[in-house]
Design a binder for this molecule. Sequence first.
Ligand code: KG4
Ligand code: ZN
Length: 356
Amino acid sequence: MPKVLALETSCDESAAAVVEQSDGRLQVHSHCIASQIKEHAQWGGVVPEIASRRHVEALPHLIDQALNDAELPFSDLDGVAATVTPGLVGALMVGSVTGRTLAALHNRPFIAVHHLEAHLASVRLAVSPPSPPYLVLLVSGGHTELIHVDSAGMLERLGRSHDDAAGEAFDKVARLLGLDYPGGPAIQAAAVDGDTTRFVLPKGRVSKPGGGFFPYDFSFSGLKTAMLRQVEACRAWEEPLPLADLAASFQQVVADVLVDRSLRCCSDLKLSTLVMVGGVAANQRLRQCMHARGAKQGVDVHLAPLAYCTDNAAMVGAAALGRLTSQPVFSSLSLGVSARWALENCAPLYQSNPPF
Ligand code: KG4
Ligand code: ZN
């Protein structure tokens, strides 16, 4: 059954994994991650130059470890996959060049993977993955999108953020509260005993030019500003800052917005399955709310397994195997990397004359 070595280096996690597909089910033989988060934390966010250097250092060891853990020789692999877009160009280049070199050396196909397609594929690593059609809420550090996947697997983006992604809002608000990077896990931890209702915060709707609102779109900039004002007001009369209540109120409003708009979209489109993937999908409060409200509305909620929400290579392997097994497609060894590329336009990644 097809097996691939998959690499992920689009941002601040270097990762390698060996994944196999047999009888339509995915099996992760190994999945290794070297996180650079601690190093970037001292700068309050990802420093691209540092990220590229750390990927160069970590990747060879991760690949060795992934192959050892999987107890498979390279000759048993059917392909090498790497994320090629979107992301930090220098960081992507490390995974892409490594993947292409290994593919050429071992005479195996190279499968270029779109990072968001990999996040979408992460739900296929669950014990009982859903079958399309479904709606996907993709919430990460760079994206907040509602994507319709039809029964043929075709993708259509129905909603998006007009400013920050949800993860970016977590990271910026955490900094405002004096918490560590990445902000999502830090806010989640700070919020544990907090009062979710103490501060009333805006839900950020996006106006349509002719009046009304885009029902499935998001905006987090007003919420960020409201948090800034709240923190300033608190500092004036309360010492120390009511951190738990601020974190809990913020986390709750983000969860409410994401749940409201996703379920509204399911209801409008008469979709009975909702999938949630991406780094922010690791948020426990959001996971609980999505499950509880989905159940009330009769929507079957499928969450990416916790280990595969934040960036990892197993999801890259899952996406690559989807490509390899549906209509065997390979990427050109002269394909480069790109900081941006539309998810709906992945076909050119598998053409003999590549687009970048
Ligand atoms: O998917 P990911 O690893 O990278 C991107 O593709 O962007 O997502 C990283 C984002 C960061 O903004 C981080 O703060 C957020 O996911 N995140 C969380 C949690 N864990 C990670 N946000 C909320 N709650 C969490 N537990
Ligand atoms: Zn990601």
